[in-house]
Write a protein of this length. Structure first.
Length: 246
């Protein structure tokens, strides 16, 4: 069997991206080492649908693809309307000064913490239940190994974290109610997997960059508010390892 010829993503993706009109899905490339060789996986973020692509010619120059089962065809009116209705209730998320730190006194990933300001904006009312939130942290080296979940916690003013703006408020500690714009402070702690060795922990602390994905599903909708960012390793006198933006 002949070996597959690797494709240079920097050459291939721009050719595909040009077929989209205005906005293309975000792509992430993951290389996973296996006993049979390296496997390359492509992950597409499609949370900003609908996407419009150009056709190969004729009187119809643009269309919106729609996946049904294992087939792809042009979306009809009701399918496009269902996207528009869903999009109106998904808030926009923006991480402000996000950072990940590992406390110098212990210097293990068991004490890895994620902190950030979170600006939330919504055109319509939405409920974000906190038991469904997730924060995923990954790197190019560690994607294949798997990570323990991060458990974000949100606190109201009386325990010391900001909840600013009339559009965001907390009710009964069940989550966030959003009907405008506001800012909250977000914290999460990493729970290390049971099978992580000291080598796992040491290698993690040396990663030059970490990718953070925050996802907050919307109640009664099959959609989530989602934002991603990449944090770079920075020297710190108070932490064994420290990552932040820029």
């Amino acid at each position: 069997m002949a070996a597959a010829v690797p494709t240079e993503m920097a050459n291939w993706w721009p050719k595909v991206e040009r077929r989209f009109d205005g906005l293309a899905p975000e792509i992430s490339v993951l290389v996973v080492p296996t006993q049979h060789g390296r496997v390359t996986a492509l992950s597409f973020a499609t949370d900003r649908s609908p996407y419009v692509v150009t056709t190969d010619g004729g009187s119809v120059t643009h269309e919106t693809p729609w996946r049904v089962g294992n087939k792809t065809r042009t979306a009809n009116r009701s399918q496009l309307l269902s996207l528009l209705v869903a999009n109106t209730v998904v808030p926009d998320l923006e991480l402000i000064n996000p950072e990940i730190s590992c406390i110098a006194a212990t210097a293990t990933v068991d004490n890895l913490k994620f902190e950030a300001g979170l600006f939330i904006s919504a055109k319509e009312r939405a409920m974000l239940p906190n038991h469904r939130w997730s924060v995923a942290i990954s790197s190019e080296e560690w994607d294949a190994e798997g990570w323990g979940p991060l458990r974000p916690t949100l606190h109201v003013n009386r325990v010391g974290l900001d909840v600013e703006g009339p559009g965001v408020h907390v009710s009964d500690h069940s989550g966030l109610h959003v009907d405008g714009s506001g800012r909250v402070a977000l914290r999460a702690e990493l729970i290390a997997a049971d099978n992580w060795s000291s080598e796992h922990r040491r290698t993690l602390s040396l990663q030059p960059s970490l990718r953070v994905v925050l996802e907050m599903p919307v109640d009664r909708q099959n959609r989530s508010a989602r934002t991603t960012t990449t944090l770079r390793h920075r020297p710190s006198p108070t932490a064994a390892a420290f990552w932040r933006e820029h």
